[in-house]
Design a protein around this ligand. Sequence first.
Ligand code: SF4
Length: 266
Amino acid sequence: MNAATNVIGTTPWYARPRVDTAPAGFDQRLAQTRETLAIAAKHAPCVLASSLSVEDMVLFYLVALDALAIETFALDTGKLPAATLNLWADAQTKYGRAIVRVAPDTRDLAQLTSTQSDSAIYETKAARALCCDIRKTAPLRNQLAGKAAWVTGLRRAQSAGRASVPQQAWDAAFGLEKFNPLAEWTDEDLWYFVDREEIPVSALYDKGYASIGCDPCTRPIRYDEHPRAGRWWWEATADTATGTSTECGIHVAAPTLNTNDTKATA
Ligand code: SF4
């Protein structure tokens, strides 16, 4: 099983939106996003956790545009698609800002690879969860330790499981403030802004991919599938249509809403 050949057949692929004019209310949502990022930057040290997704590229661009004191990092799981690695290098060059590489612990990774094969992630949920824990969650936890806040590209429109994502919340799982400045952005907002500002994004978005993670766990989707249906698709069952089963564990903890210092409407 691999990302390139699974279940597409002759059915049309997903195609990302092309939007020539600003969606209604876009200017207000953009202003709110920039305001939320500025508030996040005051929670020093604050970091942007980037997966090199289209959302994270928008945030990386806005952080650079407003010269905010928010360091960006990305988890190099060792399983990222070549297109993601290429984008990583290109984005750093274009904006003159680093995307710090965060890698799994060497000994944990050696333990993982010595006890389960690469294909074990398709065989049991426990094997998949262990891989995500060692390659993603544990390095993320280490990177967030000692930080006051982190910024993510979560949006309510991405899935039913993210439908109530707030602009700002206390993240009890990692013990710091969590900001989601794109929480209210639609797909149209996102792609309109990417094209308008010529923000670099993964080449995979033009090859049927709507959501991109590690190469073994991401596939293109048909035009009628949920945008996150291409993530860990072999585990998805009854909730495939809503995307509620397609999370790796990094964002599943329920947030505690905090409206003390933001004007966000969440
Ligand atoms: S997304 Fe897949 S390859 Fe990446 S860490 Fe999780 S199980 Fe491993």
